[in-house]
Design a protein around this ligand. Structure first.
Ligand code: UTP
Length: 303
């Protein structure tokens, strides 16, 4: 039985986590290991997302999976044989780590047979929503938005302005071609802007701003109608950006919350290494040694 929507503090019951992409930027690792399971220190990115979804008060994680990426769902299943062995050997700390993911939130699988794009992946999740859900969250497992809490603020923006709310960060203009970029206008609130339009990965000279999408979306249920209407866009894929653009054209309110913090892009090796160093330096066991090692390494490379 699922709880009614009124019992969810931020009115979000389901978080959609698209995890069916090919991870081509991370080959050869992603030939057999799903990108979403690569660890930041010791915890897979998708488990961090599950934790963020649970702290938002969501109760269902709709994970979009690919036929050859079964390990992603397995991470959210109990593992009785391993638990028994750890328990027999008195390894309580490790046992808690093994049990953590399935205890965080109920994960349900939605299969995407072929990687037809993020828009296609999100559209498939409509099948698992309850009738009382008029909003869904989407969290991309290769984006870490820190400190966590951006989704809670986005829910407050939706309560004020209605419609859909997305999370944005400012990047240098020369980097905009890697992202979905917002065309915006002020709306009288610090950190909140009204979206006039959205362009997927434009050249710097064509970019309407340097505010770009991060992997956090709070989308009105109308998004599913828009997703049914879009045609393949950039890269031949069905783009979530194009469906959002369609919502805006139809007069649906869309705002961004400008995130004032760190964003790690785990989807490419450069961003992933930075995240590992950041989390590694803050780690209670490994932080001190890592800092010492990096300091030595930097001194050597300078000399
Ligand atoms: P990305 O574009 O970052 O992931 O999509 P990708 O396609 O796996 O990566 P590259 O570009 O080939 O290196 C963002 C998220 O959307 C999911 C991905 O798994 C990732 O978490 N995704 C993407 C899907 O679930 N299905 C798709 O068809 C495409």
């Amino acid at each position: 039985m699922t709880l009614p929507i009124q019992e969810h503090k931020y009115a979000v019951k389901t978080v959609i986590v698209p995890a069916a992409g090919m991870g081509t930027r991370f080959l050869p690792a992603t030939k057999t290991v799903p990108k979403e399971l690569l660890p930041v220190v010791d915890t897979p990115g998708i488990e961090m997302i599950a934790e963020e979804a649970a702290s938002l008060g969501a109760t269902r994680l709709a994970i979009i999976t690919a036929p050859k990426k079964q390990g992603v769902m397995a991470h959210f299943d109990p593992y009785p044989e391993l638990e028994e062995t750890l328990s027999e050997r008195g390894k309580e700390e490790q046992l808690a780590k093994v049990r953590r993911a399935p205890e965080l939130i109920k994960a349900v699988a939605v299969e995407q047979e072929r990687p037809l794009g993020l828009g296609h992946a999100v559209g498939l999740a409509e099948a698992v929503l309850d009738e009382d859900e008029d909003v869904v969250a989407v969290m991309l497992p290769d984006d870490l938005v820190l400190p966590t809490g951006a989704m809670e603020k986005m829910a407050e923006v939706r309560a004020q302005f209605g419609g859909s709310v997305l999370c944005a960060v400012e990047v240098p203009l020369e980097e905009v071609s890697n992202y979905g970029v917002f065309d915006i206008e002020e709306c009288g609130e610090d950190h909140v802007k009204k979206v006039r339009g959205m362009v997927e990965k434009p050249d710097a000279e064509d970019a309407p701003s340097n505010f770009v999408a991060t992997g956090r979306y709070l989308l009105d249920r109308e998004i599913f109608d828009a997703l049914r209407k879009i045609k393949p866009g950039k890269g031949g894929e069905l783009q979530l950006t194009d469906a959002i653009e369609l919502l805006i054209e139809d007069g649906h309110p869309v705002h961004i919350l400008v995130h004032d913090g760190i964003r790690h892009d785990l989807g490419n090796p450069g961003g992933y290494i930075r995240a590992c160093v950041d989390f590694g330096l803050k780690h209670p066991v490994y932080g001190k040694g890592l800092k010492h090692y990096i300091t030595e390494l930097l001194a050597e490379s300078d000399s």
